[in-house]
Each structure stands twice: as C-alpha cells, then as structure tokens.
Ligand binder design. Sequence first.
Ligand code: 13P
Length: 230
Amino acid sequence: MIVALNNKCNLGKEEFIKYVEELNNIKTTHQMILAPTFINIPNVKTTTLDLAAQNVSSDTNGAHTGEVSAEQLKSYNVKYCIVGHSERRDKQKETNEEIKLKIEKLFDQDIIPILCCGETKEERLDGKEKEIIEEELSIALDSLDEEKKNKVIIAYEPIWSIGTGLIPTNEQIEEINNFIKSKYNNKVLYGGSANDSNIDELKKCSSIDGYLLGGLSLKPSNLQDFVNKL
Ligand code: 13P
C-alpha cells in the first residue's frame, strides 16, 4: 500500500526537521511518500520516505515569478508530485487543462504525478460525481501515451470529506474507485479524513491501493497506529 502524506501549508523549519526525525522512526513495510511545502523540501533527511511536492509549475524554467519547475524539483530528488488538489482547483482556480500541462512537465523529468479528483457535496447530491471525475481524469490523462498514463497515481478525494471528519461509505468509495478502474489501469488512493480510527473500516475496500493523508500526516504517533492497522 502507498501512504502519501500531504503536509499542505504547515510546519516551519525547526518543527519540520523534528517531524521528519519522528517519521523516520515509523516502522512499516508500506511505501511512505512525504509531500512537504516547497520550502521544506531541502530539509528532508531520510532513507525511508520517498519525496513528493504538492504542486509544480505548468511552465519550464524562466520568467515565472513565484513558480517552481519540474526541473527544479528533480534537482532535489523529488520523485512524485501532487497535481490538481481540490484546494488548488478551488482557491488558485486551477483548470483541468493547466493540470494536464503540469503532468506533461512532470513526465519530462520522470516525476510521477499523483492526480487528485473528486466531487463537491452539491455535485454528489445532484448525482454528478462520476461525470465530474470522468472530466477531471480524461482531460488530464487521455492524451498521454499508455506507458505514462498507467504510471499516474490517481487520488480519489471527495471534497466534502477533506478535513471535515465526514467519510463516504465503503460502498460509495468502491463505486467510484471501480468506475475509475473501469477506465484507467492505475493505482487509486483514497483521501479525505482518513485516520487511525476509521482505517479498520476503510481497509475493507479492496479497490483502495493506498491513502493520501492531510491532517493525519502531521501526527507521527497516530501515523504509526494507522500503518500498523493497514
Ligand atoms: P484530510 O486527511 O485532512 O481530510 O486531507 C485530505 C487531503 O486533502 C489530502 O490531500
């Protein structure tokens, strides 16, 4: 299983260094991927965690103030990169077309994208969740060659579940994951309020290939319990 940790915009330098030491002590056979904020990437000293970024520029190096390119990420040994997180789609108004460009730039540097998708509460109430997810995935992925397409890790993150403590039923998760897997040959992570208390129930979903954790990523001792239960 993949356990990917999305720190979001958290942890200053000293806190982060201590945090990574704690993560390094976690005992697990699962693959752990750490996605810190850009500024903390050079402070990851580890032999057990794979390094990810939370975002990348849709441009290459050049006159793009405030951006970080895939080439720059590569030079820091970043192996994975989250793209299309709902928080960026919402607040930074990222479009599916922009996300597609980011994925291309990542593949130019052999960095594996972790592509987020998922519906709002309203979209689910309107029965539009599959339509939304299909659009997000098809624009981002369908023009890639098969080899690259299959490498992308997809993360199903229902927006109404992120940071809310609300968890879809296992049937709802299986329905979406199986819908995704009927179209794409990819690993699918689940993200949204997953933690060491609800993992016993979540892990009954056979379609889940791993987790993308937000809040729990900041609590190493709970993370140890989480991976123990996986
Ligand atoms: P929470 O685990 O805090 O709900 O966040 C999930 C998430 O957005 C991971 O990318």
